[in-house]
Design a protein around this ligand. Structure first.
Ligand code: RAM
Length: 337
């Protein structure tokens, strides 16, 4: 009897202590399982994000991180994986979403099961995640894409956009701002003729780029706000012998694009550091899992070497400003990501 009473007392004390530290949901564990769930596997941009997650996990010491994604950029593929992760009772998932709304029912289910869910890179709408970490303001990224294209085109000519998948949250938000930017009177001699989708698949992106060149003989620029699309388009333009005739720009990974920047096929392009994005996502998940931060608007996360990240309206946290790459700086960055 006495033993049972002592045990109960210890158990009560332990639970009060845990509660006082704010870690209500899960008892403290030595290691937490987090998953970086990306749009699709085989994308160098996400490989770099995962590298950042591994760096953060190593610094934090209590995180085991795993890299996952469907073969194709579909919401269905991601939903299937999330169902499995719920059954496995992982502690946190950072998702680059293939659809802003389609994932909400399953991520709600995950959160109800005690899993901390955030989106990063390509967001899930409010209700389906705690925080959405974006690399930079959508408006800034979108407007900058038109500015980079206009400089290459000498402010005139037909412009086409070759995007990722038609449902991608991030690309669709950026394209919305591209359409706003090009309305400005200074672009009166430029026309956005079409937006096509390569689904972040190299072969489909290549075919779509060739089709654009055939359909619009006067095409002056192709903007690819996707690292996969940009690489495939640069290759297609070069193979068609159109380097310098059809300009190419967008969002590109320096390590993948170095050759095309140096040979002039891609005059300039932008991006942020994907390693930092994966690193920061992992720090945010750790704070949520251990109960250090709830993730409400106004809260701030300590993200190691990246400093503080603040949760703004609609649960969105913003990182920095994109870099612009050209012949002068491409080699320096290509060595990093
Ligand atoms: C591709 C993906 C990713 C996007 C980058 C710029 O790798 O679509 O979501 O952020 O391009």
């Amino acid at each position: 009897m006495k033993k049972v009473a002592v045990f109960l007392l210890i158990a009560m004390l332990a639970s009060t202590m845990v509660f006082a530290q704010g870690a209500k949901e899960a008892p403290a564990k030595e290691m937490y399982d987090v998953v970086i769930l990306v749009k699709s596997m085989g994308n160098g941009f996400f490989d770099a994000c995962f590298k950042g997650s591994q760096q953060a996990a190593e610094e934090l010491g209590n995180i085991k991180t795993t890299y996952m994604g469907p073969v194709q950029t579909t919401a269905e593929g991601q939903i299937e994986i999330i169902e499995t992760l719920i059954a496995q009772r992982v502690d946190g998932i950072a998702i680059s979403a293939n659809d802003a709304d389609a994932l909400i029912p399953v991520t709600k289910k995950a959160m109800a099961a005690g899993i901390k869910v955030i989106s990063f890179d390509s967001g899930i709408n409010e209700g389906g995640r705690i925080v959405d970490l974006v690399p930079s303001k959508e408006e800034l990224i979108g407007r900058q894409q038109i500015q980079l294209a206009a400089e290459l085109a000498g402010m005139k000519g037909d412009v086409a956009v070759l995007s990722a998948s038609a449902q991608a949250t991030n690309q669709n938000a950026w394209i919305k701002w591209m359409k706003e930017e090009i309305k400005d009177a200074k672009y009166k001699d430029m026309k956005l003729v079409e937006v096509v989708y390569g689904d972040d698949a190299p072969d489909k992106s290549y075919r779509e780029a060739v089709a654009l060149m055939n359909k619009y003989p006067n095409l002056k620029v192709i903007i690819c706000p996707t690292t996969v699309g940009l690489l495939a388009t640069a290759q297609a333009v070069k193979d068609e012998g159109k380097s310098g005739v059809v300009e190419v720009t967008g969002l590109g990974l320096p390590s993948e694009m170095k050759g095309y920047i140096l040979d002039g096929t891609v005059g300039q392009m932008a991006l942020w550091n994907p390693i930092d994005l994966g690193y920061t996502s992992t720090y945010i998940l750790e704070s949520l899992i251990t109960g250090k931060v709830a993730g409400a608007v106004g809260d701030s996360f300590d993200a190691g070497k990246m400093g503080k990240v603040v949760v703004e309206a609609r649960g969105v946290a913003v990182m920095g400003t994109p870099f612009v790459f050209n012949k002068d700086n491409i080699e320096e960055y290509a060595a990093i990501f």
